[in-house]
Design a protein around this ligand. Structure first.
Ligand code: 8DG
Ligand code: MG
Ligand code: MG
Length: 146
């Protein structure tokens, strides 16, 4: 039984911030299905956290981060035991603050993995949040720059 468990993996996820809003999408996945989560995905061989963040954001939302600053925020350890497929992720949280005048449109480029992206005010987040995100925010973590 134990021998069949997968190795822990590294995920890079991104707080895309604009004004007082965060970009979230409702997941279509065997992990955290129907919960609201950040864009992001698996770190690939040889990638930096910043490269992975920019690639996943582009693949999932069409947004080109260009010269935007991509900052490391924090890391959490997430063991998903209650999921149809058990898995363990070390999740790296990055941040990108978009200009309020940003004109690129967010697209749902992986509709089989996400119902769609939307901006949500920090004080009015949708429910249910994907639990790694829920846990951080409940713990008082604020992704916005001071
Ligand atoms: P990929 O094939 O594009 O590499 O992977 P993906 O399909 O985009 O992977 P994902 O499930 O979106 O992200 C990988 C894992 O990251 C996910 O299964 C669990 C972990 N994870 C968290 N928090 C968050 C989050 O807020 N958003 C996303 N997308 N993943 C998260 O721990
Ligand atoms: Mg992805
Ligand atoms: Mg993803």
């Amino acid at each position: 039984q134990i021998a069949s468990l997968p190795d822990p993996r590294v995920a890079v996820v991104v707080f895309l911030l604009k004004d007082r809003s965060i970009l979230l999408g409702r997941r279509r996945s065997s992990v955290g299905d129907a919960t609201f989560a950040l864009p992001g995905g698996n770190l690939e061989f040889g990638e930096s956290f910043e490269e992975c963040a920019a690639r996943e954001v582009k693949e999932e939302t069409g947004l080109d981060l260009g010269q935007n600053k991509i900052e490391y925020l924090t890391v959490t350890n997430n063991v998903f035991l209650e999921q149809p497929k058990k898995c363990h992720y070390v999740t790296i949280f990055m941040r990108v603050v978009l200009d309020a005048q940003e004109k690129q449109i967010v697209q749902n480029l992986e509709p089989e993995k996400c119902d769609g992206w939307d901006w949500f005010d920090l004080e009015n987040l949708p429910q249910p949040l994907f639990w790694p995100l829920e846990k951080m925010l409940k713990g008082g973590f604020n992704p916005f720059p001071l």
